[in-house]
Design a protein around this ligand. Structure first.
Ligand SMILES: [Zn+2]
Length: 330
């Protein structure tokens, strides 16, 4: 048996290996912000959820509203952001929060919102990570399920491409194709293997961005009404407008990767595989997620085991997090 095969199992547990389990948050936590498109003030409350419950959104401002599953099949709109809907109740701009939840390995969570849009916070996923960090993450008594890609699935839209391929872990590359020469000053390609690269350290801080002249137009058609240099990187014809500059030299392409990770986490389970995106935006990311769900011969559901003694198997997916869990168990 190959070494990697040892790490996957459909069920059962031996004495020396234990499953990596599902996770939720320890206590409820809330934050207040504005929706980037609506400009509306919103209160977001994250609450622990039971094993196998998944992630769902609940609008507290809509009487009788049912929970909306965070699922690729519930994606209703991908114009400038990803929105999910159920029974004509909508939740907009879910991608940065979903990306943070992937980064922290959160499987089960109730996300309550007092308005339609998830707050933009600082335009990255780092504030959501900090919120969750303030209450802590707990491991639950059910094995975490992964979608293990067994053959390549690729989608395209004009010249944009997105794909997943088999890989023993999770890695992702992204090529950002810019629509303005100002972006030529900055890196346009990123590749990360999350067995070695920390999402929290290297990706979560990457903010949304846009050209100043595009913002003026978007606001004239009632979009990006909550957008400012406090929640996005703004670019003039010459370069970055924000006084503090960039957080990473490759912040733009990393934000595109952050978005793709969030959009793909709407599959409901993390992927074991390699993602590749070329100019892929929310629409194409969702097209890929739906194609994966449709091609059920291209993946299987697995649980992941780690060797308790050696820790082998831990680093396969943002290993740092699982190592911490391991340590906290003594
Ligand atoms: Zn984004």
């Amino acid at each position: 048996m190959r070494d990697s095969e040892n790490r996957f199992a459909r069920c059962g547990e031996s004495l020396s290996h234990r499953s990596l389990n599902q996770r939720t948050i320890r206590d409820p936590v809330y934050g207040i912000g504005v929706g980037v498109h609506s400009g509306e003030k919103v209160r977001i409350t994250l609450r622990p959820a039971k094993p196998n419950a998944g992630i769902c959104f609940l609008r507290t401002d809509v009487r009788g509203a049912k929970a909306i599953p965070a699922s690729a099949e519930h994606v209703a709109d991908t114009t400038l952001a990803t929105s999910v809907a159920h029974d004509s109740v909508n939740v907009a701009t879910v991608e940065h929060l979903m990306s943070a939840l992937w980064g922290l390995g959160i499987d089960n969570l109730i996300v309550e919102l007092s308005a339609e849009e998830v707050p933009i916070m600082d335009g990255s996923s780092a504030p959501f990570i900090d919120m969750i960090d303030s209450v802590g993450v707990v491991e639950q008594d059910q094995a975490r399920q992964f979608i293990r890609i067994t053959r390549k699935v690729e989608v395209n839209q004009e010249d944009a491409l997105a794909s997943v391929s088999p890989y023993d872990g999770f890695k992702a590359d992204y090529t950002f194709v810019a629509n303005h020469p100002v972006y030529d000053q900055y890196p346009k390609y990123v590749e990360m293997d999350f067995a070695n690269d920390s999402y929290i350290e290297h990706v979560s801080g990457a903010r949304s961005f846009g050209l100043e002249k595009e913002l003026a137009y978007a606001q004239s058609i009632q979009k990006c009404l909550g957008s400012s240099l406090d929640n996005a990187v703004g670019l003039s014809e010459e370069g970055v407008l924000n006084r503090e500059g960039l957080r990473y030299s490759d912040e733009f392409v990393k934000h595109k990767l952050l978005d793709a990770i969030g959009d793909l986490y709407l599959l409901g389970k993390p992927i074991l595989g390699a993602f590749s995106g070329y100019k892929s935006g929310h629409a194409l990311n969702n097209k890929l997620a739906r194609a994966i769900l449709r091609c059920d011969d291209a993946w299987e559901i697995v649980t992941l085991k780690a060797d308790i003694q050696s820790g082998a198997g831990m680093p396969i997916l943002h290993g740092q997090i699982y190592s911490e869990v391991n340590l906290s168990r003594g």
